[in-house]
Ligand binder design. Structure first.
Ligand code: SF4
Length: 971
């Protein structure tokens, strides 16, 4: 029975109208998008029916990674964007958005946005700027980089991305430049979860089919926040309406927990223990999918490696696993995790009923991003998918790569052969992404320097831990020669840049992106709305900044023009990658780039376009998204044909895996390969499963790896199997009597973005409070008054915040959301006044804004005032009624990179006390000397490369901008 039929049968027929494809018309039909008429909403309120004509132009949202569809309503009379609504043609968001989608309009019209390229006029951080032309910025930055390249200083050029936009464009640019210069925000976000997933299946993310699940198990507040949460939230609720049980593990009563059947507020960092206790019960109860495990798990390796006393037959697997996890009983889980043993049994029974194949799970950020060993959270959670046979099934969880599509860009350059130890240091051979949080620490201790450093929609001083160490590095011109901030908004970091270059928001730029939102693949097309509108009017626009507000540009064109400036005569071999295909010797245009990409890289798109009499580019400009045809269920079972094996010259190894000789699985032959490594995967094509060659998973065995030979071979044999690692904040290590508590600083409010919230008055009006969540019993014990000021002391400093007594948090844990604590140093300029207060900043030997050099050698940030009304071109800035700018708690967190995943372990072991005399709300104090000390303590936990074959990192591990195989060999 379909969901619609079920709802109708249940007597809720009206509700079915809300389902996708219902007859209720929520959206203008596409054939009217170029000339849509509706009544003016303000006049309508006054009884006047004024018709307004619009051109509706699709784009995609840029306010989180989900890339939901938006329709920009361009008023034909004013020529301005009036509003954004959902794009019903988008396969993931299906016309719906969260609050942040429509709030794009605030970003477009923000009166305080940066409209023109700026160059620093005084000292870094002094706040003096001059407006320059784009041509000057390109000339100065391009010639600087060109000089570095000519002198062989490729490692001194770095691109550091916060919010990515396009799935393949920057890979292409960096390969063309021939450098390992990509840096990301990932190890403050998801490195932990990625390593746990990759250990099982090669792919680093889950893709839950929540709508069809019987049990939805979330270790996160995924219904309200997190990756792809709007597309997933729709489907989680669909699943719930069909009767699925929703289980939410979170120490905090999130909105997600409040919508769940079970809220399990376990002690932070014990989630893996809980999952293994459930796994053991599934095995004991016999509620597991034996056939799936027999067929697709490397159980034979597990038995051989761990139980030589047992015969290596599948019949011994459950015994061996039950023995292995003997201590993970419900009763022990009650002690370790702090939840009732009966609940653990009850949940295991629910999950057992989802066999076969109907358990969808999700972990992202949350525990995996909070704890040392947090990567085992996703690994043990996915273990439940494996045991229940819920991998690649309807209602199960697939590898992300099966539901995401990354097109191959045109003129794709050969991979670079460089390795940058500032981002991929030898201490972290298994990290999933760059050790980005350690960049300033590495610079300060002399591991390298940067000539030109791009931050791109990235605000590390505010977003990262240990922001003052970032500030120290970014203001030292010997460490960072030139800092270029590519940003749509003023930020704490942009203030310390040399060039501030305005980049577009969702309706001002091109990007193609695709995400694993459901079982199926799609691509979304972000486009500069005013450029498209101008072209609809018959105008010619050469560069997007000609149509965008002010001279706001887009990165795609910027990188093309900059590459021409870096290599004006083509002698560096760079320019050729940015030349037109049709007219060599002239710059590649974005239309040409995407025409080629859409025509040649997207299965089914040319036919769909042809059916409408359009080119693929015209189709994407018209619809904004495309659902790639095909069934993505059980991709691992696909048969690899003999002709495919022959074409790739794959040969069978002893384990029945078919590999292309000289690729990742055969790293002993690396010297012979000269780097002809594929970008993705490990060079294997399939695996023999009972006489048939099947596609499998991109692991060395092409099976799901219960036992990970990679962990064993790379120095962590104790973690060859899914296990629980006690967190650095494990509750048994805390002295609660002395006021020690666990600080949870990672949860997000669903209505806030990161840095870009400050550009949106609507979002600021919705969410503008920053309390410290504290259980009443803790408040009593610690002597904290209701709404009283609290001093929270970390290893490197302290912050002062206001307490909120709530039973929505586990006793022993206190919590404050991120996304708040914004500041600027100047009354007129800087992070917009919708969210930012004005602060004084004092450090050893320096002062910024109204701050003087500190007298105690520490860094101090003190609020002068919170959010206030302010002067701007927007009359609403005089109507601001809220005042809380929040507390910039991240400044007081030292870096705590997990020794395996490299993930910053966000949770803090803190001491909580009532504020001291003289403490004021928002006060921050930090000793960066201690920060360096803590950095070294965590560094000492690592087990550095080289690994087998003298490599820096396993060749089969994915990584951004993957270099040639030869670069993996340590000198
Ligand atoms: S979930 Fe919200 S913020 Fe994220 S892309 Fe969708 S509409 Fe935008």
């Amino acid at each position: 029975m379909s969901l619609r039929e079920e709802i109708t049968a249940a007597g809720m027929g009206e509700l079915s109208k809300l389902l996708p494809g219902s007859s209720l018309t929520n959206y203008p039909p596409v054939e009217k998008w170029q000339d849509w008429v509706e009544l003016d909403s303000k006049d309508w309120a006054h009884g006047k029916k004024t018709k307004r004509r619009f051109s509706l132009i699709p784009t995609t949202c840029f306010n989180c990674e989900a890339c939901c569809g938006l329709l920009a309503y361009v008023d034909k009379e004013t020529g301005e964007i009036q509003k954004f609504e959902g794009n019903p043609h988008h396969p993931a968001s299906r016309g719906r958005n969260c609050a942040k989608g429509p709030a794009t309009i605030n970003q477009v019209h923000d009166a305080d946005r940066i409209l023109f390229p700026l160059k620093r006029a005084g000292k870094r951080g002094e706040g003096k700027w001059e407006r320059i032309e784009w041509s000057q910025a390109l000339e100065e930055i391009g010639s600087r980089i060109g000089k570095a390249f000519k002198e062989g200083r490729h490692k001194e050029v770095m691109y550091h991305v916060g919010r990515p936009g396009d799935d393949s464009y920057m890979e292409r640019v960096l390969h063309a430049w021939g450098l390992d210069g990509h840096n990301s925000h990932t190890n403050i976000c998801s490195s932990g979860a990625r390593v746990g997933y990759a250990a099982w299946m090669g792919f680093d993310r889950p893709s839950g089919d929540h709508a069809n699940a019987k049990v939805i198990f979330l270790i996160s507040s995924h219904l309200e926040a997190g990756h792809y949460f709007n597309p997933h939230a729709q489907r989680i609720i669909e699943g719930k309406m069909r009767g699925a049980k929703v289980i939410c593990v979170d120490p905090r009563l999130s909105n997600t927990a409040s919508m769940s059947d079970y809220w399990l507020p376990v002690w932070p960092g014990t989630e893996a223990f809980l999952c293994l206790a459930i796994a053991r019960l599934l095995l004991q109860n016999g509620t597991w999918d034996r056939e799936f495990v027999r067929r697709w798990v490397n159980w034979d390796v597990f038995l051989r490696e761990t139980r030589p006393d047992l015969e290596c037959t599948f019949e011994n697997v459950d015994k061996a696993l039950i023995d292995l996890y003997a201590e993970y009983t419900p009763e022990k889980a009650e002690h370790i995790c702090g939840i009732d043993a009966r609940k653990v049994r009850e949940i295991a029974e629910h999950i057992g009923r989802a066999v076969p194949g109907r358990l969808s799970t999700h972990n992202w950020r949350a525990s995996a991003a909070g704890n040392e060993g947090g990567w085992q959270t996703s690994r043990t959670l996915f273990f439940l998918n494996v045991l229940t046979g819920s991998v690649g099934t309807e209602g199960g969880t697939s590898p992300n790569g099966w539901n995401k599509f990354i097109p191959v860009p045109p003129k794709n350059p050969h991979p670079h052969g460089d390795w940058n130890e500032l981002t991929w240091p030898k201490e972290y051979p298994l990290t999933h992404h760059e050790l980005s949080i350690l960049l300033p620490h590495f610079l300060k201790e002399g591991r390298g320097k940067l000539d030109t450093y791009f931050t791109r929609v990235y605000n590390p001083i505010w977003t990262n831990p240990d922001g003052f160490t970032w500030l120290e590095a970014l203001t030292n011109e010997d460490l960072v020669g030139c800092h270029v901030a590519l940003t749509p908004i003023w930020s704490e970091t942009a203030w310390f840049a040399d060039y501030v270059l305005p980049m577009g928001v969702a309706s001002e730029r091109h990007d193609v992106a695709s995400y694993e939102t459901h079982m199926g693949r799609w691509i979304g097309f972000r486009q500069p709305v005013m450029k498209v509108y101008a072209e609809q009017q018959g105008k010619t626009i050469n560069r997007t900044y000609e149509a965008n507000p002010g001279e706001v540009w887009e990165e795609h064109e910027f990188w093309i023009d900059l590459s021409w400036k870096i290599d004006p005569d083509g002698s560096l071999g760079i320019r050729e990658h940015f030349e037109s295909i049709a007219k060599p010797g002239t710059p590649l245009s974005i239309d040409e780039y995407y025409s080629h990409l859409f025509e040649n890289s997207i299965p089914g798109l040319p036919d769909a376009a042809k059916a409408e009499g359009l080119t693929p580019l015209q189709y994407m400009r018209k619809h904004g998204a495309f659902a790639i045809p095909g069934n993505q269920e059980k991709v691992h079972e696909r048969v690899v044909t003999p002709s495919e094996l022959e074409a790739a010259k794959a040969v069978r190894d002893a384990e029945g895996v078919y590999r292309v000789p000289g690729t990742a699985g055969m790293h002993d032959t690396i010297d012979d390969v000269h780097g002809h490594m594929p970008f993705i995967g490990d060079g294997s094509l399939g695996v023999d499963i009972e006489g048939e060659i099947r596609f499998g998973f991109p692991t060395p065995s092409r099976k799901l790896e219960l036992f990970s030979p990679t962990m064993r071979d790379w120095g962590w044999p104790e973690y060859s199997l899914p296990t629980w690692i006690p967190s650095h904040v494990h509750w048994e290590k805390l002295d609660f009597e002395r006021g020690e508590r666990i600080l949870l600083p990672t949860f997000r409010l669903p209505t806030l973005i990161h840095t870009r919230s400050a550009q949106s008055k609507w979002l600021a009006e919705l969410s503008h409070a920053h309390p410290l969540w504290m259980h009443p019993s803790d408040a009593e014990k610690l002597g904290i008054e209701p709404n009283g000021l609290v001093r929270v002391t970390t290893q490197t400093g302290y912050f002062v915040i206001r307490a909120w007594r709530t039973e929505g948090i586990r006793p022993g844990v206190v919590a404050a959301s991120h996304h708040m604590g914004r500041w600027r140093l100047d009354e007129q300029t800087g992070t917009p006044g919708w969210t930012a207060g004005v602060a004084a900043l004092s450090g050893p030997g320096v002062g910024y804004g109204a701050g003087d050099a500190s007298s105690d050698g520490q860094w101090h940030l003190n609020q002068i005032h919170g959010v206030q009304t302010f002067e701007s071109g927007d009359p609403d800035s005089q109507r601001v009624w809220w005042s809380d700018a929040g507390v910039h708690q991240n400044l007081t967190f030292p870096v705590q990179p997990d020794p395996i995943s490299g993930m910053h372990c966000w949770l803090q072991h803190v001491t909580v006390s009532a504020a001291q005399p003289g403490d004021r709300y928002g006060d921050i104090a930090v000793d960066t000397g201690k920060s360096m000390q803590v950095f070294h303590e965590w560094l000492a936990k690592t087990r550095p490369a080289p690994g087998p074959g003298g490599l820096r990192r396993p060749l089969h591990f994915a990584r951004p901008v993957k270099p040639l195989a030869t670069a993996y060999k340590m000198p």
